[in-house]
Ligand binder design. Structure first.
Ligand SMILES: Cc1cc2nc3c(=O)[nH]c(=O)nc-3n(C[C@H](O)[C@H](O)[C@H](O)COP(=O)(O)OP(=O)(O)OC[C@H]3O[C@@H](n4cnc5c(N)ncnc54)[C@H](O)[C@@H]3O)c2cc1C
Length: 322
């Protein structure tokens, strides 16, 4: 365990925002977790957070050890919560275990993959998570949550219902011993997929053609969630905007493209202060240089108000504003 006092969080968030924290603790596998007083924020790779002020409390994170996954049995893999998720994806393919390749190149850690139920290209973490081991910082004991216990939904989990309570130390994924490519997402139809590695490489290239690379431009990836609406709302907007992409229907809900709504409202490529809307993907807000979290939030609020006026839809942030 390493402790740092009064340090900048700039290297700890992909938006590159220069907020400070009173105390930062980095845990290694096997460390005992001491009782913690005051405000506590759990942080992974900081790729889905926006700091709007200094954090007056303790930020806890797990070391990003790259080699912390083991095969429990046949197709069950357990990984350290601080492991970089994309390293895990590569590790599983190297070990002949498949399924996670569609989640290639999503920034962040294994622990956060369960918190956020990360998803991309027709796959979500919940499709593979068998169980989650977390330390309860309130009751000071370990819990093992089954997939059903985790309340997974679109970018949602039990862990989001109790922010700062459960420190996820390990996640177990149930994978497949055979490569059965999941090409259900339209953009994947024509990608090479003779091997899982080929599909992973193609998905990685596709992603980075649409997203800012964190080392070049700070962002949190998709800033807003795709809104879920009822049939009446979908039909109303579709009748007015015939160019709107067809919604993805699950149960009674229609998932609209937030990126399309923002683009259609005229925001793609626009900047406000030092925050901008990514020119290749209107769903992504980015740091044009030395931007503050408040500038990002001001831009997000302006977009939300405009989309509300034009389409009658309230966008919600996917990024966590602190
Ligand atoms: C360029 C870019 C592209 C992206 N593309 C996608 C995408 O395609 N799909 C997608 O779903 N997301 C995407 N994201 C968002 C981001 O990658 C995910 O939300 C990721 O899971 C965040 O991981 P993290 O480790 O950085 O978590 P953080 O941003 O540090 O934290 C996210 C949340 O998880 C909690 N948390 C983190 N670690 C732990 C832990 N060990 N225990 C308990 N709680 C914890 C935090 O408290 C916070 O609530 C993208 C982000 C970027 C920058």
């Amino acid at each position: 365990m390493k402790t740092f006092a009064d340090i900048s969080l700039k290297p700890y968030n992909t938006f590159g925002i220069d907020s400070k924290v009173r105390r930062l603790i980095v845990f290694e596998p096997g460390d005992d977790i001491p009782p913690l007083e005051g405000n506590v924020l759990l942080l992974g790779g900081g790729s889905n957070v926006v700091f709007t002020k200094d954090y007056d409390g303790t930020v806890i994170t797990l070391s990003h050890s790259s080699n912390q996954a083991i095969i429990l049995s046949g197709n069950l893999v357990t990984a350290w919560g601080g492991m970089v998720m994309d390293d895990l994806v590569q590790w599983t393919l190297d070990n002949g275990l498949y399924g996670l390749e569609n989640l290639s190149a999503i920034p962040g850690t294994v622990g956060a993959s369960a918190v956020q139920n990360v998803g991309a290209y027709g796959a979500e973490a919940k499709d593979f998570i068998e169980s989650v081991e977390a330390y309860d910082l309130q009751e000071h004991r370990m819990y093992t949550f089954s997939n059903a216990d985790c309340h997974f939904a679109y970018r949602h989990s039990l862990f989001k219902e109790h922010p700062g309570r459960y420190l996820i130390l390990r996640v177990t994924y149930r994978l497949c011993n055979e490569f059965l490519p999941n090409l259900s997402y339209k953009a994947l139809e024509n990608l090479p997929h003779s091997t899982a590695q080929q599909l992973r490489n193609a998905i990685t290239d596709l992603r980075w053609s649409k997203l800012p690379r964190p080392e070049e431009h700070g962002s949190a990836g998709s800033f807003f969630k795709n809104p879920l609406v009822d049939e009446g709302t979908y039909t109303r907007i579709k009748a007015q905007y015939t160019d709107m992409p067809d919604a993805h229907k699950t149960n009674d809900e229609y998932k609209l493209s937030a990126g399309w709504l923002i683009d259609r409202a005229g925001w793609k490529g626009k900047t406000m202060g030092r925050a901008g809307v990514w020119p290749n993907n209107a769903l992504v807000l980015y740091n044009t240089g030395a931007c503050t979290g408040n500038e990002v939030v001001a831009l997000a609020q302006a977009i939300v108000a405009d989309v509300q006026t034009k389409f009658g839809i309230t966008l919600e942030p996917e990024a966590i504003i602190i």
